[in-house]
Design a protein around this ligand. Structure first.
Ligand code: ADP
Length: 246
């Protein structure tokens, strides 16, 4: 079978912070519609890589092509506008606003005011969809600040979903979650990947095994294994060494 189109192509990426080389010659592809896990021990450079893709950090060398558009050199808001969404470890939600208001605001960013006012009268379709798939519909009127930790993470993913991203970067989405919440998060990620490529930075190996299509392993700023299957990663003695022998 032909592999899906590599919507994200990273080539020769390197960055140093005051002489410390945090990433060296990083190459990898993520294909359209796949859930691609980015794993590696602490300090491997995962967050730095996500910061570069989203325009927070400028690389010293290399290229990030998203759907044939070079992202390096663009500002964060421009990259969001190109269809790249990102979640953070501590969910970024408006705590004092209700769940539905959070989704509504997220969905409004790219809308002209006239359309926004018209749509305010009822729940707009993308907000209704986000309420549904995150399981937060029963909490629509509750302040986001009153949600449990896992629900807040789902709200953030729901907010990103309303913006119709084509690439979604999730930073340790299941950290601090119960086994049930992890399963629900994995199902939500699979749902999101129907229309979107998802790049997941994660430490949880069990979660990776259950929900990854492809995996890239970083170690000390270099790619140890690019674009591999879960089975290939699990069978790789060097990857095992990095995880178990550290
Ligand atoms: P990971 O997310 O895989 O744990 P990071 O990308 O956070 O790894 O960090 C990779 C390395 O780069 C670490 O050694 C970290 O200390 C260093 N680093 C990251 N950002 C900076 C920065 N702004 N200045 C200096 N060093 C940094």
């Amino acid at each position: 079978p032909t592999a899906p189109w590599p919507i994200l192509r990273i080539r020769g990426l390197g960055v140093s912070f005051g002489g410390f080389q945090a990433l060296t010659d990083v190459d990898f592809d993520a294909r359209k519609g796949e859930v691609h896990f980015l794993i590696g021990p602490n300090g491997a450079g995962k967050t730095t890589l996500v910061d570069i893709i989203t325009g927070l950090t400028r690389p010293t060398t290399g290229s990030v092509l998203f759907d044939d558009v070079e992202l390096v050199g663009h500002k964060e808001h421009r990259i969001v506008h190109l269809g790249v969404g990102r979640s953070f470890q501590a969910a970024t939600v408006f705590e004092a606003l209700s769940v539905e208001e959070n989704l509504d605001i997220a969905a409004s960013f790219r809308l002209p005011l006239r359309r926004l006012l018209r749509q305010r009268r009822g729940t707009r379709p993308e907000v209704a969809e986000a309420l549904e798939v995150t399981g937060l519909a029963p909490y629509a009127d509750r302040p986001a600040g009153a949600l449990a930790h896992g629900q807040k993470q789902w709200l953030e993913i729901g907010m990103l979903l309303t913006q119709k991203p084509r690439l979604l970067l999730l930073d340790e989405p299941v950290a601090g979650m119960s086994p049930d919440e992890r399963t629900r998060t994995g199902e939500l990620v699979r749902y999101v990947a129907r229309d979107c490529t998802v790049l997941v930075v994660e430490h949880d190996m069990d979660f990776m095994r259950r929900f990854a299509d492809r995996v890239t392993v970083l170690h000390e700023g270099k790619v140890l294994k690019a674009d591999a299957t879960v089975a290939e990663v699990q069978a790789d003695p060097v990857v095992q060494e990095v995880y178990i022998g550290r």
